[in-house]
Design a protein around this ligand. Structure first.
Ligand code: FEO
Length: 389
């Protein structure tokens, strides 16, 4: 695609990656993504904000061929999907200084071999003058690396936000409008990428709320031309209050744990508790990450294998711990052959969750009436806790 105007003297550049399906060798991105760079042209100079994933470098190269010289380069985030083409851009525009945060400078030197002498580190609130355009830098750490910043173009009321407010969504649409698919994609992105950092996100949201913003231009997905929609969604997702939802990641090997999972689903629904079973054999990590945003409780359903949880459950426990959801209650159900440690070993895999462990229900062999009654008690306990949310 060619450069496309999003405002007066402001152009979208970059690449739409229609085919990519996995990010960071971890994160499913079922709808592709985009790497958005932006060009801001003032009466006194032109600034390029961010670049693209190096594999899509040809797209940005051909766009740069169409425009005049770039006087200033800005790096809002050192991760390579935005910074990867910086060495080439700096070579192409040898007189252009590179603006980033002090920590961004160190990371660009470390990760990309950028010449530190080209970098002008900016403090929070610093601005640069492009004549009739002013770019102000806002330090917004941990969205989602420690060095991240946003850039505010006051004259156009545009916030360039990099990963903050982004969505992995490949589309020819430049603006989000009222499309609910963009909010869903942004929620998936938030669940996968931003979820562990909600304390920082709330602080950074306050900072953004202090600005008059008409457009939020992230570095993935469409530009938010109704900024209240995405700001309100972020405020909702980043609260500490979970919803009336149990997420139930589970595996069964010979059916016994499966019977217990089915019983718990029925018992929870009977008590007005929403439940999302997640089969770990056909796991979609993104769906799990998104569901965790709302989950007051996570119950793992696992058979015992060699004394501990099934390896798939152990892997997902690690993922849940990494995502640090706002979940308040945990438990584990499942069948074991002759002995088990999962009542203790599984919670020990979740040290970063501030969650109460509810009494596990573990059945020797095929679950009997007493085991099923214990499942009902667990469901009742969960329902009571959820009423108090
Ligand atoms: Fe889109 Fe953190 O990179």
């Amino acid at each position: 695609m060619r450069p496309r105007a999003i405002g007066n003297g402001v152009q979208w550049m970059g690449a739409v990656d229609w085919e990519r399906r996995v990010f960071d060798s971890l994160v499913p991105i079922p709808d592709g993504t985009s790497y958005n760079a932006y060009l801001v042209t003032g009466s006194g100079g032109t600034a390029l904000i961010d670049t693209v994933e190096p594999e899509m470098g040809d797209r940005l190269r051909s766009q740069l061929d169409e425009i005049g010289p770039v006087d200033v380069v800005i790096s809002q985030h050192a991760e390579q999907d935005h910074s990867g083409l910086l060495p080439e851009v700096l070579e192409r525009f040898p007189d252009a200084p590179l603006y980033t945060t002090p920590l961004g400078r160190r990371m660009l030197v470390d990760h990309l071999g950028i010449d530190g002498d080209r970098v002008r580190p900016v403090k929070d609130g610093d601005s640069i003058d492009l004549g009739d355009r002013t770019l102000q830098f806002l330090h917004t750490p941990w969205v989602h690396w420690p060095e991240t910043m946003c850039t505010y173009l006051a004259e156009e009321k545009i916030l360039f936000s990099c990963d903050f407010f982004g969505s992995h969504l490949a589309t020819s649409e430049l603006f989000a409008g009222d499309d609910p698919a963009v909010v869903e994609a942004a929620k998936l992105y938030y669940g996968e990428i931003m979820q562990p950092f909600r304390n920082h996100i709330r602080k950074n949201l306050e900072k953004v709320r202090g600005l008059e913003v008409e457009l939020i231009a992230p570095s993935h997905g469409p530009v938010h031309d109704r900024p209240e929609t995405i700001l309100g969604a972020y405020e909702d997702w980043s609260t500490e209050t979970p919803g009336n939802l149990v997420v139930l990641p589970h595996v069964t090997m010979h059916g016994s744990t499966g019977l217990m999972v089915d019983r718990l689903i029925t018992a929870l629904v009977d008590r007005g508790v929403n439940v999302l079973p997640v089969d770990l054999v056909t796991l979609d990590e993104g769906r799990l990450a998104k569901a965790l945003l709302d989950a007051a409780t996570v119950v793992f359903g696992t058979p015992t294998v060699n004394g501990g949880p099934h390896p798939r459950v152990a892997t997902v426990a690690g993922l849940v711990n990494y995502l640090k959801p706002k979940t308040r209650y945990l438990s584990v159900i499942g069948s074991f052959g002759w002995s088990t440690t999962v009542g203790k070993s599984l919670p020990a895999m979740l040290p970063d969750l501030d969650a109460e462990m509810l009494e596990p229900v573990l059945s020797r062999g095929l679950p009997g009436a007493e085991d099923m009654a214990a499942i009902d008690v667990l469901a009742e306990t969960i329902a009571e806790r959820h009423r108090d949310l």
